[in-house]
Design a protein around this ligand. Structure first.
Ligand code: SF4
Length: 361
């Protein structure tokens, strides 16, 4: 990672048009249409010629199918523009990723068979976006302490880039944080449509991250996302300095969920080669390393969403981790965890000396 090279013929020849999700239905509640930001989203979806339905009440109904699988299929094709409920204005901490999480949407158009949202969000997995964004952003200042940098994660319940062409909400968040003195924004994605973000006045206050994985994991389990190559190409654009036509953002890679698949060292080694190739210049880079885990609740939901999945969720091969609220997680056994962790930490330290590992979990 030393000589800056603007042109990357190999990577660029592999890059395609960005992967853009187009919903089959777009629903608006009356309250969402009353919001200026809701009207802005309406203009965007109309300009894309998407079919818009105005609901009679502020409730989403009629999303269920005959069975869970059909409910899933209908929901994942539906964008619902709603107002965030009052509970969205009481923020929760989100260690180790950031101090606080806030939400511009709930639900994600992709189809990852290990999805982190399974079991976290209730009801059909329709993609709900919030029309009262200015109020959501105004509320954040209450969580900042004078003289102390405060970080906010905006991708806990959605992939904000995956719906950005329909909402413009992520760009608005980036602009907002660009004006805050002591507040930083973090987002993560498996999509790649970043061109509209490159020129935003982010002021270095937003860290853009992509979630990536080794080919056997991304190829088998990550439906509806941009390819890992395209994600890395998007990361490159965001990280390149403005003088080279890039976004000049701090960036990050979330390698997740890490799985000890057959020949895992070779596959993850190849992934590091790809990162090296995409980021062949100095940049402000972090790594977050997350091993695969599941809960009894997430396993149950994932098995109804993806009944044919080959994802290994055999409790007998895992260790149990309990949290302070009595919840149970199944993680890899200590020996496997130790081997994985050592490999990732050693490789990153060796290959990306200026990259910072934020955490392993
Ligand atoms: S991108 Fe993230 S939120 Fe979306 S389906 Fe995949 S794991 Fe779930």
């Amino acid at each position: 990672m030393s000589n800056p090279t603007v042109d990357k013929p190999k990577l660029e020849s592999q890059a395609r048009e960005p992967r853009l999700w187009m919903p089959e239905r777009v629903l608006f509640t009356p309250a969402a249409l009353d919001e200026p930001w809701g009207q802005q989203i309406l203009s965007r979806v109309q300009s894309l010629n998407l079919p818009v339905e105005e609901l009679p009440r502020n409730r989403l109904t009629g999303l269920r199918g005959e069975d869970e699988r059909e409910t899933y299929n209908k929901s994942k094709r539906t964008l619902a523009v709603v107002t965030a409920p009052p509970s969205a204005f009481k923020l929760s901490p989100i260690p180790p990723s950031a101090d606080w999480q806030f939400h511009i949407a709930e639900g994600c158009p992709a189809h990852c068979q290990y999805c982190y949202l399974a079991g976290s969000l209730s009801g059909p997995p329709v993609i709900r976006v919030f029309a009262n964004l200015p109020q959501i952003l105004d509320n954040l200042a209450a969580y900042e302490q004078a003289g102390k940098a405060t970080s906010y994660e905006v991708s806990c319940y959605t992939d904000p880039l995956g719906i950005e062409h329909l909402t413009g909400s992520l760009a608005t968040c980036i602009r907002h944080f660009g004006t805050r003195e002591n507040a930083n924004l973090r987002w993560v994605s498996k999509f790649d449509g970043v061109d509209e973000l490159l020129d935003l006045p982010h002021n270095g206050h937003t860290r853009c991250r992509f979630s990536i994985n080794a080919a056997p994991v991304s190829g088998r389990f990550e439906g509806g996302t941009a390819s890992v190559t395209s994600r890395l190409q998007a990361l490159r654009k965001l990280a390149l300095p403005r003088s080279k036509g890039g976004g000049g953002y701090p960036v990050g890679l979330v390698i997740a969920p890490i799985m000890p698949v057959d020949d895992w060292m070779t596959h993850y080694d190849r992934l590091f080669d790809q990162i090296n190739e995409a980021l062949d210049f100095d940049c402000n880079l972090t790594f977050e390393l997350i091993s695969h885990r599941f809960t009894p609740g997430s396993k149950e939901v994932l098995q109804t969403w993806y009944p044919q999945t080959k994802l290994d969720m055999d409790e007998a091969k895992r260790s149990v981790k309990r949290n302070k609220f009595g919840g149970t997680k199944y993680v890899y056994e200590a020996d496997t965890m130790k081997r994985l962790r050592r490999f990732f930490e050693d490789e990153i330290t060796r290959r990306f000396p200026q990259g910072r590992i934020l955490y392993w979990t």
